[in-house]
Design a protein around this ligand. Structure first.
Ligand SMILES: NC(=O)c1ccc[n+]([C@@H]2O[C@H](COP(=O)([O-])OP(=O)(O)OC[C@H]3O[C@@H](n4cnc5c(N)ncnc54)[C@H](O)[C@@H]3O)[C@@H](O)[C@H]2O)c1
Length: 350
C-alpha cells in the first residue's frame, strides 16, 4: 500500500490518481487546511473516491498520535509526502504554519516511517532551496545553504532531517526538488491563475521587477510521472561517497535528492502549448514573448465561489500575500517578480 500525504492538494491528487489508474492501493491523507479553497480540495477527493483502491484519512501531520495509529493500522510500505504548507510569499505572513506542517509534521512522518518500517519515503522538496545560488543550470551537486524564504528553509530542513533518519535508522528516503508545477486542478494561489483571472475579467496583470522576471514550469503529469517512477527505486548507500569531499547529492546513508521529477524536454517558453516541461533554468529573454503591456501595483483579488462539478472548479484566491510554491533565487509571489536584496547579511563562523 502506498500512502500519499497531501492527497487533496494539487500534486498529491495527481500522484494518487496516477497510482490508482496503475492499479495500486492508495491511502490518501490530508488535513484539508484552508490555505486555499477547500471546495477545490473536496472536488479533487471526490474524483479519487471513484476508485475502489482509494481510502482517505482526514488527519494532520502535526497530530503524531493519529499519524502513528494510521501507520499501525494500515502499514504503508511506501510513503509519498506531498502534504506541506506550500507557497513562498505566504511564509512572510504566516511563518508558524510552515514550522508546524513542514518541520513538526515532517518529523512526525519520519518517526512513523521508521517505526513502520517503510521501504521508501519520497518527499517533495523544492527548487527554492537553491535560494541565492546563481550557477546555472542548478545541480544537486551544488550546496544549498542560502535560502531566501522560510518556506525554502523548511524544505532544506526536510532534506537534512530525512538524511539524518536515513543515516540513523536506515530509512531509504528521496527528496525531489520540484520546480513550479502547472496544469489542471492547479493551485489558485499561483501566478497562472492570477493571470488567467485578470485576463478573463479584463483587468491588467501585475508585473514585478519591471517585467524582467522569467520562469519555467513543469507540467503536472510530468511531475506525477517522475514521482511514481521514483517510488519503487529506493536509494542505496553510495559506496563511492567520501566524507572528506562530501557530495550533497548522495550519501553513505540510503538517501538521495533529485533536482526535478522529470528530464527537461524543451528550452522554449513554458507558456507555449508545445513546451509542457520546464527546462528548470533561466533562459535568454530573446526566446520569450514580451511582458504583458500593462502593469500596476499589486492588489488583492476578489474571491469566487467554490466548486462542485467534476471539471476543475474555478478557484477562490487567497489575498495577494499568498505566493507561488517555489522560487529560484528570489521570493516570488503570485506574479513571480519581487526580488530581495542581492546579498544577505549572513555568515557562519568557525
Ligand atoms: N506546486 C508546485 O509548483 C510545487 C513546487 C515545488 C514544491 N512543491 C511542494 O510539493 C508539495 C505539494 O504541493 P502542492 O502544490 O500540491 O500544494 P497544495 O497546497 O495544493 O497541497 C498540499 C496539501 O497538503 C495539505 N496539508 C498541508 N499541511 C498539512 C498537514 N500538516 N497535515 C496534513 N495535510 C496537510 C493541504 O491541505 C493540501 O491539500 C508541497 O510540499 C510543496 O511545497 C510544490
Amino acid at each position: 500500500m502506498i500512502l500519499v500525504t497531501g492527497a487533496a492538494g494539487f500534486i498529491g491528487f495527481h500522484v494518487a490518481q496516477r497510482l490508482l489508474r496503475d492499479g495500486e492501493s492508495v491511502h490518501g491523507l490530508d488535513s484539508l487546511n484552508d490555505y486555499y479553497d477547500i471546495g477545490l480540495k473536496q472536488a479533487r477527493l471526490n474524483l479519487l473516491r471513484e476508485h475502489q483502491g482509494f481510502t482517505f484519512h482526514l488527519a494532520d501531520l502535526v497530530d503524531a498520535k493519529t499519524l502513528a495509529r494510521i501507520f499501525e493500522d494500515h502499514k504503508p510500505d511506501h510513503v509519498v509526502n506531498l502534504a506541506a504548507q506550500a507557497g513562498v510569499r505566504y511564509s512572510l505572513a504566516n511563518p508558524k504554519a510552515y514550522i508546524d506542517s513542514n518541520v513538526t509534521g515532517f518529523l512526525n512522518l519520519l518517526e512513523a516511517c521508521r517505526s513502520g518500517p517503510v521501504k521508501h519515503l519520497v518527499f517533495a522538496s523544492s527548487s527554492s532551496v537553491y535560494g541565492l545560488n546563481t550557477a546555472m543550470p542548478f545541480s544537486v551537486h551544488q550546496p544549498t545553504d542560502h535560502p531566501v524564504s522560510l518556506y525554502a528553509a523548511t524544505k532544506k530542513a526536510n532534506e537534512l532531517m530525512a538524511h539524518s533518519h536515513s543515516h540513523v535508522y536506515g530509512l531509504p528516503a528521496t527528496g525531489l526538488r520540484l520546480f513550479t508545477a502547472y496544469g489542471p486542478w492547479g493551485r489558485p494561489d499561483m501566478a497562472l491563475f492570477h493571470f488567467t483571472r485578470s485576463i478573463l475579467e479584463g483587468k491588467p496583470i501585475d508585473v514585478y521587477d519591471q517585467g524582467r522576471m522569467q520562469r519555467d514550469f513543469t507540467y503536472i503529469d510530468d511531475i506525477a510521472e517522475g514521482i511514481v517512477r521514483t517510488i519503487h527505486r529506493p536509494p542505496a548507500p553510495d559506496p563511492a561517497w567520501r566524507g572528506d569531499a562530501p557530495d550533497p547529492a548522495s550519501s553513505r546513508a540510503p538517501f538521495g535528492s533529485t533536482i526535478s521529477a522529470t528530464t527537461p524536454r524543451s528550452n522554449s517558453c513554458a507558456s507555449s502549448p508545445s513546451s509542457r516541461t520546464a527546462s528548470a533554468r533561466r533562459r535568454s529573454s530573446a526566446s520569450c514573448p514580451p511582458s504583458p503591456p500593462r502593469c500596476r501595483s499589486r492588489t488583492p483579488t476578489p474571491p469566487t465561489s467554490p466548486a462542485t462539478s467534476a471539471s476543475p472548479p474555478r478557484p477562490r484566491s487567497k489575498p495577494a500575500s499568498a505566493g507561488s510554491s517555489s522560487g529560484t533565487g528570489a521570493i516570488t509571489g503570485p506574479d513571480f517578480g519581487e526580488s530581495i536584496p542581492p546579498r544577505s547579511p549572513y555568515f557562519l563562523r568557525r
